[in-house]
Every structure is written in C-alpha cells, then in structure tokens.
Ligand binder design. Structure first.
Ligand SMILES: Cc1cc2nc3c(=O)[nH]c(=O)nc-3n(C[C@H](O)[C@H](O)[C@H](O)COP(=O)(O)OP(=O)(O)OC[C@H]3O[C@@H](n4cnc5c(N)ncnc54)[C@H](O)[C@@H]3O)c2cc1C
Length: 455
C-alpha cells in the first residue's frame, strides 16, 4: 500500500489557519516559542531533484534528529526531510525538563521481557542529553541541575519513588519541609523528592544542534521539504516532496502529532493529542529568582504539575501548562494565572515586576489516555517503513535515547531488536477523551484545589 495526499492538507502554511486555531492546534510559528536564540538558526534548503540513500527519516524533532545523527555516525547514508525547519514541532516548544526516571513501569509489562531491557537502557542512558551536548559541543543551555518534585502534603507515591530509584542506583532523596524551604523560597511545600540527576535543556537549540551534528557526520538535512507521498518503488520506497524525491530501502517517520502523518493516515489515529502552552518571562533580577528558586533546580509540583518551572541561562522563568478550554490563544489570561501562582506561592517575590516575553503552544502526542501509561511507540507501518512517535510529554530524554537505540537496531538490520517492541499501528478509541479529561476536568480542578489549599 502507498498513499498520496493533498499538499495543503498536510503542509499548508500556518498563516492559512485563523490565529486562534493555530494556537489550538499547537502550530503557531516557531518564532513565537521562547526557545530560539536571538541570532538566526541555520536554514536548511529544500530537497531538489532525485536522490538515492539508505534511510529516509521524516520529521526533524528530537526523535528524527537523534536517529539521523546516530545513523550517520555509524556510516549509514541518511536523508532527513523536515516540513518546516528542524525543531519547529513540539521539540522547539517544550518546557525544557530533562526527567531522568520513568513515572510508571506498568506499560512495560506488555514487552516480551516485561521491559527489562528498556529499563536497563533508560537508566544507563539517563544522562544522554548532557552527554550528547558535551560530545558534539552543542550550545543548548543544558544544565544537569537536578529536579525537585514538591508536594503540599506527604505523598506515599513520592516515598515509593524515592525507595525504588535509590535502590536502582539513582542519587535521589526524599526531603522534608525545611530542606524544601532552603531550596525554594516558599514554606508552602512540605515534602520534596530531590533528584540530583536530570535537569534542563533548551530543546530548540538542542534539536537544532543534533541536526547540525548529523550534517557534520555525513547526513543530508532538508528543510521546507514536506513529505507528500511515500510509495513503493520495486523493493525500495520513494519519498516525495513538492520539489524532489528520495529512494531508500528504509523510511522512518518521526512526525509525531502533526497532520504530516496523512500519507499513512492510520498513524494519526494512534494517539491522544493534548495541546499545551509555554511561557517565558523577560529576564528577571537575581533577587527575584532567589526568592523563587535559589537552588536553581528544575521544579515540578505533585500530584498535578500545574507550573513546572525552569530558570534558563538568561535568567528567565519558563513554564508550561494546559491552556484553558477554548482559550489557547489568550496569552494574557494564562500569564496572569501564572504570575498569581508565583506571588501566592513565593511571598519573597512581592510586587516585583514580572513581564511576559514569549507565549506559544505546542501539541503533545500521547499513546494512552492515562498520563503515566503514555509510552513512546515504534510502529511497523509497512515492510521497510517504521514510525517512532507518540513521545508524550517526555521527549527531551526519550527522543535522543530512542533515536540512538533505533539507529543501533537498524544498523544490525534488526528493527525488532529495538528496546521498544515493534507494534502494528492501532486506532485509539475516542482520541479527544484525554484532552477532555486533562484540560476540562483535572487541570481546572487542580488549579482550584491549589488556590484553596486543598491538595
Ligand atoms: C508545551 C509542551 C511542553 C513540553 N514539556 C516537555 C518537557 O518539559 N520535557 C520533555 O521531555 N518533553 C516535553 N514535551 C514533549 C516533547 O516536546 C515531545 O515529546 C517531543 O518534542 C516530541 O518529539 P518528536 O520528534 O516526536 O516530534 P516533533 O518535535 O513534533 O517533530 C516532528 C516533526 O515532524 C515534522 N513533520 C510533520 N509532518 C511532516 C511531513 N509530512 N514531512 C516532513 N516533516 C514533517 C514536523 O514539522 C516536526 O518538526 C512538551 C511538549 C509541549 C508541546
């Protein structure tokens, strides 16, 4: 089977969206994101004419750039095709957290070995973001500053996590209110799980950096090259864009939650989409940052991560949340919520001015409607065509890790040896139900509970 789709349906330019719809769909132009640097990023030219290669990777996010980089490093001729420019999807729009642990092992029970290899590889490679940055000299503002997950009540789940991961060799500790207060400028949280691992990254610069490193390693990267069709060509595949085509033995789709899965429409039905919004303040004086997070640790709240927080290298607070129903475009509403939360939680902030620098949205693609069960997927779409996608809300570590692992398996010509099991794409039932549950029920309830001191 092959499929051809209408160009406008897949890669229509964003301006054709009314702006409110672009925010809802998480496709506002990437310049809206707070992560691109002031200096312009390299522009990758569009594919022209016909080419021949070993592997075509479609989609230059965290997954696709990592896969391309690791294939090229192993000497595999690889062409990466991106509809826009690298990092313009979810990877250039996320909250910058590098989470070094797994929230739940439950979904791994479906793996042949109950997830043993997955867990081993994940724990071994938990520093991959920092290591790749070091190895390739990526200027991606990465910091292994650790993570602190804080709660307003003692939480048995945090205690369990501490025991479990400490037993697995992690540098993690359950801390009480006094220590939380030393690390943060608030007495509101009385318990914390302090991971002295993981941290933060500028995901746009990191993804761009992997694309540039892939080129240095011998890969070809094309921007403005939306894939319109993927057709059989003898024993190989021909991948077409508006201006060229590439023939290859293998194709790997890393297109995530974008409409670009249209040429294999079954992939679009494998996921529960959830829109999220990101916000970056203008750089703040050290005194204000010290009133919030003197330890400069990456921060999450438990049980509901209402405002995960990083302080980046420019002294900005960066957060992400789920926008209110039908208000994804309302930057001022969401920023006012955030600033209210900051002033209520961190009294040391007082009435210091906090201004919005950037507001944007992005789309997460989740394989399950249960948050902790949303593990990434590796699909066998056709013979020779794979899809690595549905990275949920933890692509910063999973993208580089799974891209590297799939490259290893492809070089061995054993895609079935990847740490993710090869699955057939399966339609999920009621894809909108995850968004309804999170956006219309759980997050509004959590915001209210937080305000009323009920959590
Ligand atoms: C607001 C927000 C906050 C988040 N916070 C975090 C966090 O703190 N930590 C974390 O680990 N994760 C976080 N995530 C999740 C993380 O960003 C994603 O899991 C990750 O970026 C997914 O990477 P990807 O490579 O699969 O997809 P993407 O980055 O979306 O890349 C897919 C690419 O495919 C391209 N494409 C689509 N169709 C075509 C086509 N037909 N032809 C060519 N190219 C095509 C797109 O243009 C896009 O560039 C967050 C996500 C959002 C939206």
């Amino acid at each position: 089977m092959s499929a051809v789709i209408d160009r406008q349906a897949v890669c229509g330019p964003v301006p054709q969206y009314p702006i409110a719809q672009a925010y809802e769909a998480g496709v506002v132009p990437i310049r809206f994101s707070g992560w691109p640097a002031a200096q312009p990023a390299p522009v990758y030219a569009a594919l022209e004419g016909e080419r021949d290669t070993d592997v075509v990777v479609v989609g230059a996010g965290l997954a696709g750039t990592s896969l391309t980089l690791h294939l090229a490093e192993r000497g595999v001729r690889t062409v990466l095709l991106e509809a826009d420019q690298p990092a313009s999807g979810a990877s250039g729009r996320n909250a910058g957290h590098v989470q070094p642990y797994l929230s739940s092992f439950e979904p791994l029970r479906a793996h042949r070995d109950e997830g043993r290899r997955f867990i081993e590889t994940f724990t071994e490679q938990r520093n991959i973001v920092f290591e790749l940055s070091r190895k390739h000299g990526l200027a991606a503002d990465v910091e292994a500053c650790g993570l602190l997950e804080v709660a307003r009540r003692p939480q048995a789940a945090l205690e369990r996590q501490a025991r479990l991961w400490k037993g697995m060799g992690y540098d993690v500790e359950l801390v009480g209110g006094a220590r939380v207060q030393e690390m943060l400028g608030t007495t509101l949280y009385i318990q914390g799980l302090h991971w002295r691992e993981g941290g933060r990254v500028n995901p746009y610069l990191f993804t761009q950096g992997m694309a540039a490193s892939a080129v240095r390693a011998g890969a070809s990267v094309y921007g403005n090259s939306c894939v319109l069709a993927c057709e059989r060509d003898g024993s190989r595949w021909r991948v077409r864009t508006a201006t060229g085509s590439v023939r290859a033995a293998r194709v790997v789709l890393c297109t995530s939650g974008h409409a670009g899965n249209g040429f294999f429409p079954e992939l679009a039905r494998t996921q529960f989409p959830l829109v999220a919004c990101g916000m970056a303040t203008r750089p703040l004086p050290a005194a204000v940052l010290d009133a919030i997070n003197p330890a400069r640790v990456t921060l999450m709240q438990y049980p509901a991560g209402l405002y995960p927080l990083v302080i980046d290298g420019r002294g900005r607070l960066i957060t992400a949340t789920i926008p209110r129903h039908r208000q994804a475009q309302c930057a001022e509403v969401h920023f006012a919520d955030f600033v209210r939360y900051l002033r209520r939680t961190y009294p040391g902030v007082g009435d210091a001015p906090i201004e919005l620098e950037s507001y944007w949205t992005g789309m997460t693609a989740n394989s399950s409607s249960a948050y902790d069960a949303a593990y990434p997927k590796l699909y066998q779409v056709e013979q020779g065509v794979l899809a690595l996608m549905n990275l949920g809300s933890w692509g910063n570590l999973m993208g580089p890790l799974l891209g590297m692992d799939l490259a290893r398996a492809l070089v061995a010509d054993r895609p079935d040896d990847a740490i993710l099991p090869l699955e057939q794409p399966q339609s999920v039932r009621l894809p909108g139900r995850f968004e309804t549950k999170i956006r219309r029920v759980l997050i509004p309830a959590a915001r209210l509970a937080d305000r009323l001191d009920l959590v």
